[in-house]
Design a protein around this ligand. Sequence first.
Ligand code: TXA
Ligand code: MG
Length: 312
Amino acid sequence: MNTHPATPETIAEGARILRAGGLVAFPTETVYGLGADATQPDAVARIFEAKGRPTFNPLIVHLGSADWITEIANPDDRFHKLAQAFWPGPLSLVLKQANGSPIAQLATAGLESIAVRCPMGVIANALLNASGRPLAAPSANRSGAISPTHADHVAESLGNKVDLILDGGPCSIGLESTVLDLTTAEAVILRPGAITPEQINAVIGAVTMAASTEHTPKSPGQMLSHYAPTLPLRLNATTVAPREAYLGFGPTAGATLNLSEGGDLSEAATNLFAMLRSLDDPRRFIAIAAAPVPETGLGIAINDRLRRAAFQ
Ligand code: TXA
Ligand code: MG
């Protein structure tokens, strides 16, 4: 078994593994990440191999603090304002890479831009600071599958492809970070997350939402069939058919599991991926039906992930 509770000792071991070019899965406030030293091409290549991820899909580079941005990217005023307001936290910012950036080209899929974020988790932060390296870290799941919010999910999905899995318990937010493109005059949300358009707008002004199409060249993670369970998923279900699993929200009669009986969106976000995983059981069910979730605040990100999970 390569899963260990995160302690000062196992975090120090994780930092050694990372500096030596290995892979360490670690918890963040959003989901578990599969980390490698972003400056080592071979280490980054191992991420793509372990996940079965297409090499045209760039990774998010995690930083110990906003100061680490120097040499990596050319930040503008909007970056400084947003980092000040939301870092450490669930917001990834896409910037133009700096000339002579030390980041391996594979990490950014050869793009001129780079996505960076400073995660909020104590363990993630300790690992970044102990390794002293920017860490490329996609969600720690096989490409296209549901993101992991528990260490067990990582072990099930990637197992011995990871040198060390640091177990820090369940992730508090449960949905991947908001990805915001700052390479254009008007900021564009490429992936909705816990930091909402309203919150971004309050700090930098106008922001738009990228259209969700099957192949958005700007952000391959926008591809519609993503975060997919193996069973078909039916959305906005107000009734349930025989042998369907029913994922409820708010008071939902006949729910197999309920994202939040009290209708709380942040509780629903935290539960979403773990509940989808547990209902994705072809021995018990033929399909999953999901109750409607309001399209407001965090509900925008929840519905985004549900739509992707439902896309066949
Ligand atoms: O919450 C998160 O962001 C988690 C944790 C581990 O930090 N990470 C995560 O990584 O969700 P990943 O690789 O599963 O998703 C990264 C997303 C993808 O949609 C990718 O296409 C987009 O970020 N992305 C990365 N670099 C980009 C770039 N230069 N331009 C546009 N999109 C980019
Ligand atoms: Mg992912």
